[in-house]
Design a protein around this ligand. Structure first.
Ligand SMILES: C[S@@+](CC[C@H](N)C(=O)[O-])C[C@H]1O[C@@H](n2cnc3c(N)ncnc32)[C@H](O)[C@@H]1O
Length: 314
């Protein structure tokens, strides 16, 4: 069996993966390659692999271009966005891969846990604490103010102070054309801030569902809802990329400062389309980026959780 391990960058991680696979089964033909191979193998990688009892000191970093003409049984990518952003990935996948492609998106997994951890801490703090960056989620070392984009909701019908953690960026319900009786879904509902405003618009005959994947946020939102006594507002646990909701259910989907936190935006938009009724619509308030963010910022997990580095590019 022939396996290619592809790195979007220099081939350090793929070399480590190659060496591990060889050590499991030396009958496998495994090659590793990067899109921008370094001149020599990273010293730290050599050291780490040495601790695992594997010597990669004599390996030579290779460019993926040398493997483009070959046919592979499997390709394993070790970078988060290879399937979307790596041209070599597309070229290889379209012509040369016989079997399933295995994509290990370590970074996406990590990003989601950073987001969950961050919003767990935020859910347990007051709006005032979140607004004061020194006492905010990152503590005094944090450079991110998580409430920097927030709007004043106080004048809105349905506003509930305990649900307002100052985490939004805009007020989507103002532009979402929500009518009485509508059924509305709020993506990344947090403590329920936009859901309760939407409830005031849909009234008794409508329905509002908030979805969020952070338990502490759901707990807070449900507690707020119990206090308010709404029978037609519900908070569901789930990931926006794969929602545990049936097709064609909602007239309107809204979201406030959340899609920038979702790694796979295509999946998110496909899910929005799936759950909307035919003729339904969505209204998203979010952070977008014009131009390119510096690489260092793009890869900063704290800036990602602070709604900056995952912003949709215009
Ligand atoms: C910046 S806060 C905004 C909360 C709320 N919309 C508001 O304005 O108060 C982002 C929220 O989205 C949730 N979230 C982020 N990524 C998510 C995902 N992939 N699936 C579900 N919820 C997600 C977080 O748990 C958090 O509660």
């Amino acid at each position: 069996m022939k396996i290619l391990i592809l790195c979007t960058g220099n081939s350090c991680r793929s070399q480590m993966a190659e060496a591990f696979l060889h050590s499991f089964d030396n009958r496998l033909t495994v090659c590793s390659a990067g899109t921008e191979p370094a001149e020599k193998v990273n010293e730290k990688a050599i050291q780490v692999m040495c601790e695992a009892g594997i010597d990669i000191s004599r390996n030579i970093p290779k460019s993926v271009s040398r493997y483009l003409s070959e046919t592979w049984d499997y390709m394993i990518t070790v970078c988060a966005d290879a399937d979307r952003n790596c041209l070599f990935h597309h070229a290889l996948y379209s012509k040369k891969i016989r079997n399933t492609i295995l994509t290990f998106n370590f970074m996406e997994k990590n990003i989601k846990s950073v987001v969950k951890d961050t919003y767990t801490v935020i859910a347990r703090q007051s709006k005032e604490q979140n607004e004061t960056s020194c006492c905010g989620v990152g503590g005094c070392c944090s450079t991110v103010d998580y409430a920097v984009f927030s709007e004043n909701y106080r004048q809105l019908k349905g506003y509930h102070e305990d649900a307002d953690l100052g985490l939004g960026c805009g007020i989507p319900t103002q532009f979402a054309s929500i009518n009485e009786g509508d059924s509305v879904l709020d993506l990344g509902s947090g403590a329920g801030n936009d859901c309760f405003v939407a409830r005031a618009l849909v009234g008794e005959t409508g329905r509002v569902v908030g979805i969020d994947f952070t338990d502490a946020m759901l707990e807070k939102a449900r507690k707020n809802n119990t206090k308010l006594g709404f029978q037609n507002v519900e908070f569901v646990k789930g990931d926006i990329e794969d929602m545990p909701l049936e097709d064609n259910q909602f007239d309107v989907v809204i979201s406030n400062c959340v899609l920038n936190l979702v790694p796979d935006k295509r999946k998110a938009f496909a899910e929005i389309k799936r759950v909307l009724k035919p003729g339904g619509h969505f209204c998203v308030s979010d952070v977008v980026v014009k131009g390119n963010l510096p690489e260092k910022l793009k890869n900063d997990a704290e800036m990602y959780a602070g709604c900056v580095s995952g912003a949709i590019e215009m």
